[in-house]
Design a protein around this ligand. Structure first.
Ligand SMILES: *[C@@H]1O[C@H](CO)[C@@H](O)[C@H](O)[C@H]1NC(C)=O
Ligand SMILES: *[C@@H]1O[C@H](CO)[C@@H](O)[C@H](O)[C@H]1NC(C)=O
Ligand SMILES: *[C@@H]1O[C@H](CO)[C@@H](O)[C@H](O)[C@H]1NC(C)=O
Ligand SMILES: *[C@@H]1O[C@H](CO)[C@@H](O)[C@H](O)[C@H]1NC(C)=O
Ligand SMILES: *[C@@H]1O[C@H](CO)[C@@H](O)[C@H](O)[C@H]1NC(C)=O
Ligand SMILES: *[C@@H]1O[C@H](CO)[C@@H](O)[C@H](O)[C@H]1NC(C)=O
Ligand SMILES: *[C@@H]1O[C@H](CO)[C@@H](O)[C@H](O)[C@H]1NC(C)=O
Ligand SMILES: *[C@@H]1O[C@H](CO)[C@@H](O)[C@H](O)[C@H]1NC(C)=O
Length: 752
């Protein structure tokens, strides 16, 4: 037996001691601001939420409530004069206490798609004081991609809302990635790069996440100095607010990717040129990775960290991902350990208390490279307790089990849930409700937290609220009870149809328990072909039944904004499945050469169903292409920036790259996009199929792809203005679609 293996066995048999040690090394990761500053920040948050009613809450942060275990706690109790006391061990704990009181005593609800804040007066009494303690040190939030898929165009008002949401939901460890390019720019100028070399390195705003990870460069750029300034001042506000609420911000660190221009200045440095990423060739990809043992590595890492901390301060935890979706040039464990050891060294050289937060995505993404020996080597490049690994997609592909709990390094169990910010009802409630508890009780577990790592947000509110609650629970919830309560709070009243609809959703779209890669591959949002994936992970009868029930609930809940959002979302999902049904029909008619029926089905799809879907989406502001584009243009100072941002915004959700490199990865179901992008594509597809039958020539996918690429490109540059405010009456539109299409959906001839 090898010495290393023996050490592992020894370590895992000492499970408790290990986690004790782990905790020792992490005890400095805690809120920096004084208790009274945090209390005031929570009181302000409550004021933003409920105005003058916030004065009925007495919020206190008392950090001595955090015991030796460092675990967050809150207490709720009633005071005289109808007031409620909320005491938290941190600002986040107090805010979580407030939201739990609002939820479970007042029946309120707060989500991305809207709030329901009818707070009863006087405030309901807390019969006897309640104390709630988290089982884990950290509740983490964000994926490195969320910056690009969701936050890219945000202003301070939107950030403020999100940070409030984080605090209310108990999140105490968010990424704080905004504005890092401004710091890099300073570092590169110091090193002697000129502006055109820097411009060549940075991607455009909508692609920064992948520029940061060394996947691509240049595409969508350059970044203007206006952009840099804007993001820098945003970040100052972001980290200040996060810290005042008691959060531990995670800042970026140097992972080794460098601009090509540095080779001009330092011709002797040891670099590896990585290969192209995801169908990108070297025009926009193939980045340079500086050998971590090259002295310049420590120099760049040191310059960056020093400048970063000077500008933003630090909470002593840093994220760096060297091999995200990139295969290292060598699988020798010695090499991999040397790399992680150099990266870690560049952090501790500047901040002796540095902890490295690493995404565990690489292990899921490329398991054939990352075998036990490679994973262990990478993770053991820094002392035990100095790396926290995000088990990034733990609800579907947990890594901790096959790595003996990350070979002793602490980890955070994360729900990834969403790819590319796609729309689509989806979730794995079963795993979310049990996975974290299984991970905590795993033999030798080094788990130190739970987290959310969606690539894009503002979809599927329910599953995120559930995951956030799990972060504060010590055992699984009764989901049957939970969902009833959720639906009542969300709409502000008990509605039997809505309740039943949610139960059906819970056992269909939200119960995708297979190892399912949640990517919306519905034919609707994919480039048409005769070989499209039409599978779904649930029984569609339940979805259509839920649709009917939501439709029936509409007259009673028409005043609820969150209900209208859900009505659109469930109808959207039903229409998405109807599009699949039409696609299957079209394909069948084509195969049996039934031109007449092919044209009939195609006509309905392109001239009726898709326009209906576009109208539906256009009736709710969360589903507007115009809003996404307006937000992008709003960041611009000059007309040139405005058109560059418009291009970034359109390209990301469609072609994703100059030539459709990751075509439709970040697809969205937006009003405007359905009509001018998806529908145009379907129209051309039908035309080609009809042409094929008419001329008795086979359908050529390759030829079609070339032709449809022009249609896709035309959308990017169509310079059309899309409305950023909703139009049309949601309930009327749903009614119209329901009456026309429900019979087709359930394949019966009479509507209820
Ligand atoms: C935990 O793992 C250790 C070391 O492999 C083993 O000795 C012990 O029996 C395990 N405990 C349980 C409860 O499985
Ligand atoms: C904070 O909590 C500790 C321990 O419960 C208590 O002794 C102390 O009085 C509290 N401080 C304040 C300011 O409430
Ligand atoms: C930057 O340096 C490169 C290489 O020497 C040169 O080609 C380019 O013109 C320079 N750009 C500027 C703006 O000086
Ligand atoms: C460059 O780095 C590689 C990979 O770490 C190493 O094998 C090689 O010896 C280095 N070359 C020089 C000249 O240091
Ligand atoms: C690489 O991609 C660019 C941009 O998409 C394209 O213009 C160029 O022709 C490609 N180069 C090669 C060698 O394929
Ligand atoms: C969950 O709650 C429902 C309704 O109260 C109850 O019927 C059911 O038995 C509970 N399930 C479990 C597993 O406790
Ligand atoms: C979810 O699916 C699993 C099987 O994969 C089943 O055991 C469970 O009962 C389902 N849950 C609900 C709420 O339908
Ligand atoms: C889907 O649900 C319906 C309604 O309960 C049921 O009749 C049908 O058998 C189910 N289909 C499958 C494949 O389970």
């Amino acid at each position: 037996m090898k010495v290393a293996e023996l050490a592992i066995i020894l370590l895992s048999s000492l499970g408790l001691v290990v986690s004790g040690k782990v905790f020792q090394t992490l005890s400095h990761l805690k809120p920096q601001y004084r208790d009274n500053v945090q209390s005031a920040a929570v009181q302000d948050l409550l004021y933003r939420l409920i105005g003058d009613r916030s004065y009925e809450f007495v919020v206190t942060v008392n950090s001595s409530l955090t015991g030796n275990d460092g675990l967050d706690t809150y207490q709720l109790s009633s005071l005289g004069a109808g007031k409620v006391a909320v005491v938290g061990s941190s600002g986040v704990a107090a805010a979580t206490g407030c939201y739990n009181y609002l939820k479970y005593f007042c029946g309120c609800h707060i989500s991305w798609s809207g709030v329901q804040l009818q707070v009863p007066s006087p405030l309901p009494k807390v019969p006897s004081p309640i104390t709630v303690k988290t089982p884990n040190r950290f509740r983490y939030y964000q994926n490195v991609c969320t910056s690009s898929y969701s936050f890219v165009w945000w202003d301070w008002a939107r950030w403020e809302k999100e940070i409030d949401w984080m605090a209310l939901n108990g999140i105490n460890m968010p990424l704080a990635f905004t504005g890092q390019e401004a710091i890099w720019q300073r570092v590169f100028l110091t090193l002697g790069l000129n502006q055109s070399e820097i411009d060549d390195f940075f991607t455009g705003p909508a692609f920064l996440a992948w520029g940061r990870m060394g996947n691509i460069h240049t595409w969508g750029g350059p970044l203007s100095s206006n952009w840099m300034q804007n993001q820098l001042s945003l970040q100052s506000k972001i980290v200040e607010r996060m810290r005042s609420l008691g959060m531990i911000t995670v800042l970026p660190a140097f992972a080794g990717h460098i601009p090509q221009g540095l080779l001009r200045i330092f011709p002797k440095i040891n670099v590896t040129r990585l290969g192209g990423w995801s169908n990108f060739n070297c025009t926009y990809s193939c980045s340079y990775l500086l050998d971590p043992e090259d002295p310049l590595f420590q120099k760049i890492g040191g310059l960056f960290m020093t400048e970063l901390i000077r500008e933003f301060g630090t909470d002593h935890i840093y994220n760096a991902d060297t091999f995200n979706e990139m295969t290292p040039t060598c699988s020798d464990p010695v090499y991999l350990s040397a790399i992680s050891s150099a990266i870690f060294k560049s952090m501790v050289n500047v901040d002796p208390g540095a902890i490295w937060l690493m995404q565990g995505w690489l292990f899921v993404n490329n398991p054939s490279f990352w075998k036990s020996a490679q994973i262990r080597a990478l993770l053991h490049g820094a002392p035990i307790g100095k790396i926290i690994v995000l088990d990034l997609f733990a609800e579907t592909s947990p890594v901790y089990q096959s790595t003996k709990s990350f070979f002793g390094q602490p980890f955070i169990w994360c729900m990834l849930h969403n790819f590319g910010g796609n729309h689509g009802l989806y979730g794995n409630v079963k795993s979310v409700n049990s996975g974290p508890f299984e991970a905590m009780s795993f033999n030798g577990s080094t788990m130190v937290g739970t987290g959310l790592t969606p690539e894009g947000i503002e979809q599927n509110d329910m599953i995120y609220e559930l995951m956030n609650e799990i972060g504060w629970r010590s055992k699984p919830l009764n989901l049957t009870e939970w969902i009833l309560d959720y639906s009542t709070r969300r709409y502000g009243q008990k509605n039997p149809n809505a309740l039943t609809a949610w139960q059906l959703l819970l056992k269909s779209v939200y119960n995708c328990t297979q190892n399912w890669k949640d990517h919306n591959h519905a034919p609707l949002v994919r480039r048409p072909s005769l070989r499209m994936n039409t599978e779904v992970c649930y029984n569609q009868s339940y979805l259509f039944e839920a649709w009917k029930l939501m439709y029936l609930a509409a007259p009673s809940l028409s005043k609820s904004a969150t209900f209208l959002y859900d009505l659109v979302d469930v109808t959207r999902e039903a229409v998405q499945q109807l599009v699949t049904q039409y696609y299957i029909d079209i394909k069948t008619f084509y195969e049996i050469e039934d031109l007449e029926n092919l044209m009939a089905a195609g006509g309905v799809l392109v001239y009726d169903l898709l326009p209906d879907l576009d109208n539906l989406l256009s009736s709710q502001s969360q589903f507007l292409l115009g809003r996404w584009l307006k937000d992008a243009r709003k960041v611009a100072v000059t007309p040139e920036e405005a058109s560059l941002y418009d291009m970034n915004a359109r390209n990301q959700i469609t072609l994703w790259g100059p030539t459709g490199n990751i075509l439709d990865y970040a697809n969205k179901q937006f009003g405007g996009l359905v009509q001018d992008y998806y529908s145009e594509r379907w129209s051309l597809f039908l035309w080609c199929l009809i042409e094929s039958l008419n001329t008795d020539q086979p359908f050529h996918q390759e030829k079609f792809n070339q032709a449809v690429f022009s249609v896709e490109k035309a959308f990017i540059y169509n310079s059309k203005k899309y409305s950023s405010t909703p139009t049309g009456d949601t309930i009327d539109i749903v009614k119209n679609i329901f009456i026309k299409y429900y019979p087709k959906a359930v394949k019966v001839n009479d509507v209820i």
